[in-house]
Design a protein around this ligand. Structure first.
Ligand code: G3H
Ligand code: 13P
Ligand code: ZN
Length: 309
């Protein structure tokens, strides 16, 4: 048990035709809910920390919480930096015990993205840490970067091959139509599976990553809306599309928005049904249980990674 890289996880996932879930963490209850689900499902696990999460919780707290989760659960966990925007943040994570970092150079021109990624790869590999990179621009919002749909671009398959060869990255996030947040499609959800198959065939055995892969289940949006506030027009990636992607070269599927929805829906319900409650444990515990149920569902029914530890 301990902090591990994703190398073995991806190898097994690729061969087994399933994907490993990478879940965003921001506080203790979120970590506990996810880790409890992974323990019960006997599933491989990646916990990922965004720059926003680092700012919110302080990276030392998050790392120590993940270490505590490993001690309590006896699981192997990959601790990953999500969307590192520059060399410095990746280096800081490598230096403080992360086992995986993402350098997201997707906003830069192709050659600059390669050069930046290679710089991170050289440093990370020297320290036994693996690197995820991104090619193509996902629509949506992450931290301070906003990409509007017209500026989103899908990953070019030939560029993907050149990118992997020249940068040496261990896994590659590609864009085939998913996006961050709760509003992913204006009309019918569509992913470019032809492109995914082409990239998979050009890079046999190589792990691909799908960001923006929440499904935004209607029941949770309805629950949030029923108990106050409105989340209009929410639309996610249908779960059957994720199951299909997991059977190709996609070995890592990122989920954050669905956890937010599940936790918030359950907490809103507690507040509405129990207006007299004010002990934080009375609403954080149901929030934690909602996270656990959502993650267990993803592992069992969507990613196919239950019992693959
Ligand atoms: O890709 C973005 C993740 O959902 C993290 O979101 O940057 O608000 O922590 P955040
Ligand atoms: P969602 O917003 O679809 O959950 O995607 C999360 C993500 O890609 C984190 O990097
Ligand atoms: Zn992402």
């Amino acid at each position: 048990m301990g902090l591990v890289t994703s190398t073995e996880m991806f190898k097994k996932a690729y061969e087994g035709g399933y994907a490993v879930g990478a879940f965003n963490v921001n506080n203790m209850e979120i970590i506990q809910g996810i880790v409890e689900a992974a323990g019960e499902e006997q599933a491989p696990l990646i916990l990922q920390v965004s720059a926003g999460a680092r700012k919110y919780a302080n990276p030392v707290y998050l790392r120590k919480l993940v270490e505590a989760a490993i001690e309590v659960s006896g699981l192997d966990i990959c601790l990953h930096l999500d969307h590192g925007s520059d060399f410095e943040i990746c280096k800081a994570c490598v230096d403080t015990g992360f086992t995986s970092v993402m350098i997201d150079g997707s906003q830069h021109p192709f050659k600059e993205n390669i050069a930046l990624t290679k710089q991170v790869v050289d440093y990370a590999h020297d320290h036994g840490v693996v690197v995820e990179a991104e090619l193509g621009k996902l629509a949506g919002i992450e931290d301070d970067i906003v990409v509007n749909a017209p500026n989103a671009t899908f990953t070019d398959p030939d560029e993907a091959v050149e990118f992997v060869e020249k940068s040496g990255c261990d896994s590659l996030a590609i864009t085939i139509g998913t996006s961050h947040g709760a509003f992913k499609f204006k009309s019918e959800p569509r992913l470019d599976f032809e492109r995914l198959d082409t990239i998979t065939n050009l890079l046999p055995g190589y792990p691909l990553v799908l960001h923006g892969a929440s499904s935004v289940p209607k029941e949770f949006v309805d629950l949030c809306n029923q108990y106050g506030g409105q989340i209009p027009g929410a639309q996610g990636v249908p779960e059957e599309m994720l199951r299909k992607a997991a059977k190709s070269g996609v070995c890592k599927i990122n989920i954050d928005t669905d956890l937010r929805l599940a936790m918030t829906a359950s907490i809103r319900k507690v507040f509405v049904e129990n207006p007299g409650w004010f002990d934080p444990r009375q609403y954080l515990a149901p929030g934690r249980s909602a996270i656990k149920a959502m993650v267990a569902h993803k592992m069992k029914n969507v990613l196919g990674c239950s019992h693959k530890r």
